[in-house]
Design a protein around this ligand. Sequence first.
Ligand SMILES: NC(=O)c1ccc[n+]([C@@H]2O[C@H](COP(=O)([O-])OP(=O)(O)OC[C@H]3O[C@@H](n4cnc5c(N)ncnc54)[C@H](O)[C@@H]3O)[C@@H](O)[C@H]2O)c1
Length: 253
Amino acid sequence: MQVAGSHAVVVGGASGMARATAELLAARGARVAVLDRPGTAGAEVAAALGGTFHPLDVLDADATEAAIEAAAEALGGIHIAVNTPGGGVARRTVGKDGPHPLDEFRGVIELNLVATFNLNRLQAWVMSRNEPDEDGERGVIVNTASIAAFEGQIGQVAYTAAKAGIAGMALVMARDLGGLGIRVNAIAPSLFATGLVQGIPPEMEAQLTKDAAFPRRMGRPDEYAKLAVAIVENPMLNGGTIRLDAGTRFSAK
Ligand SMILES: NC(=O)c1ccc[n+]([C@@H]2O[C@H](COP(=O)([O-])OP(=O)(O)OC[C@H]3O[C@@H](n4cnc5c(N)ncnc54)[C@H](O)[C@@H]3O)[C@@H](O)[C@H]2O)c1
């Protein structure tokens, strides 16, 4: 799918990898709507791109539906959807104080997996109403997993389960939506310089990225953005989860 002239929703776009993606998509000629929590930099990011901001909490299914509808209306349809909201808790299956609290496990699944699926079903429904382009494409969805989906570390059981769910649903969703000309992929990053880990001292960065082959550093948000745009532009990329990890394989700790 061509980026220029397309309409993109970027969920989580106030910050980090999604923000870099919103900026790259806009620089390549897409119309962009930024969706993120109220009180974030989403409005400023959107304004700088000539786009619109739609506040939402992805844990609120009704607010999510309203925000996707508002973004679709502001853009005049959606061709590209990039989704990054997510996160985890550091908790072992059994800890000193007892078993992993079930509500915490459910919370991580809700934020990463259920909210991503909710976004995807709503985004795909809007995309299904597009006229197909000359290649028969109506839309492209990019979700955010993690390499923890494949080799989660001690204390990541909930996060790994959730991200493995995102990786696992890419193929079946691509199959579900193939008849509509909508592709679905996930990106599985290693450690990226966003949020709290942004600006950590070089010694700590070296320690955290010691399992990488090369380069031994954290990824940069624009490197995620470049892959997201490559996925949009390459019609043969479908149903997969692409590692973006400099050859990193996380060890147990
Ligand atoms: N940074 C890393 O090292 C790394 C590695 C692997 C995977 N990931 C995944 O990347 C995603 C985070 O992206 P980032 O690293 O660019 O972080 P980030 O914190 O810079 O951006 C995440 C954005 O999502 C938004 N968000 C969070 N919860 C939300 C909610 N409930 N409703 C609406 N918006 C919400 C935040 O406000 C923020 O703007 C997560 O899914 C995380 O699991 C990150």
